[in-house]
Design a protein around this ligand. Structure first.
Ligand code: ATP
Length: 340
């Protein structure tokens, strides 16, 4: 459905999009994830036709989009600051895209009503946009983007402004809605929780390039590099020499899963890998900080050598701050990162 090959955008001598190859299949929901400035918005803008490419191609349904203006690409856009027209009511906003696409006036009313039903705002057509909550405005923006039945819907930080609870609810609704409509979606977010909940596939960007792509579970389980691991919030990454089923590290010998790459690699130790053992039987550490997280306690452990170790314990097992503890590692929560 969408295909980018070697897509490159330069500002000055810096490639903000650096030879990006990306395929999005029909009905697929792809979320682009990455730190601020990694090129996510530029990627969307290039697909929409708002940003010309310096090299490479964008194909939609097999057709090269070079020179095709935004309104001829058949893509729907919904941006962070959803830019509703404040002087128009809800129906006027949703009908905007229909008018632009020359849908006869007689058909517009029914289509608007259908879309408002779809996004959970039945009968809201006459309401003033300014009188809506943030979440309701977001739904109106979504209805407006969906109204012309775009072949590809692009969302830039679609839930960025909303509070966490509402975002978590809306993301579930969105996924169900897209599945029902069979919408093909390319979304951009810096929030990994949002991306993992919404996407069939995530694309992690770093500095204009794709650092990893895969299903949310794959990327979470097997980050491809130290960059991706740290971006996902994992801080326990150290150099290691892997031989068979164990890795030599500054924290001592750590068991690794069967089939792990051998030799010199970076090693990721998830906080859940650490388990307390009796004194003298594991790696001796001091518990520096202890943070209650609801379903677990996050503890920063200071070993005699090497960087601090972030650990996760149940409330029952969590050591007090300042306590001396010994820990061992569980192979299933250790990842040998592919990148050497
Ligand atoms: N018109 C422009 N001229 C010069 N530099 C630009 C322009 N647009 C974007 N950039 C730069 O390109 C880089 C990538 O920007 P982009 O908006 O694509 O990143 P992003 O990943 O979407 O970031 P954020 O999450 O902060 O929105 C940034 O360093 C930005 O400053």
């Amino acid at each position: 459905m969408l295909s980018l090959t070697g897509a490159t955008v330069r500002f000055g001598d810096r490639a903000v999009l650096d030879a990006v190859d990306l395929e999005v299949a029909e009905h697929e929901i792809v979320c682009v994830l990455g730190p601020s400035g990694s090129g996510k918005s530029t990627l969307l803008r290039a697909v929409a036709g708002l940003q010309p490419l310096d090299a490479g191609r964008v194909l939609l349904g097999g057709a090269d989009q070079a020179g095709v203006p935004v309104h001829r690409r058949g893509v729907g856009l919904m941006f962070q600051d959803h830019q509703l027209f404040p002087q128009r009511d809800v129906a006027g906003n949703v009908a905007f895209g229909l008018r632009m696409h020359g849908v006869p006036k007689g058909e517009q009313g029914a289509r608007v009503a259908e879309l408002l039903d779809l996004v959970g705002l039945p009968g809201a057509g006459r309401r003033a946009v300014s009188a809506l909550s943030g979440g309701e405005q977001q739904r109106v923006a979504l209805a407006r983007a969906l109204a012309p039945r775009p072949r590809l819907l692009m969302l830039d930080e679609p839930l960025g402004q909303l509070d966490r609870g509402l975002r978590e609810r809306l993301v579930v609704e969105l996924r169900a809605l897209f599945a029902r409509l069979g919408t093909t979606v390319l979304a951009v977010t810096h929030d990994q929780g949002e991306a993992f909940a919404l996407a069939d596939r995530v694309v992690v960007m770093n500095d204009g390039r794709i650092a990893q792509t895969g299903t949310p579970v794959d990327v979470w389980r097997r980050p491809a590099s130290e960059f991706v691991a740290r971006f996902l919030g994992f801080d326990n990454v150290v150099p290691a020499t892997v031989t068979g089923a164990a890795a030599d590290t500054v924290w001592g010998k750590i068991p690794v899963p069967d089939g792990s790459p051998q030799g010199e690699h970076r090693l990721l130790v998830r906080p859940a890998a650490l388990r307390r053992v009796p004194a003298g039987e594991g790696l001796a550490c001091r518990a520096a900080t202890r943070t209650f997280r609801g379903d677990h306690v996050a503890v920063t452990l200071l070993p005699a050598e090497g960087p601090p170790l972030e650990a996760e314990f149940t409330l029952r097992d969590a050591p007090e701050e300042g306590a001396e503890v010994d820990v061992e590692f569980r192979a299933e929560d250790v990842v040998v990162l592919e990148e050497a």
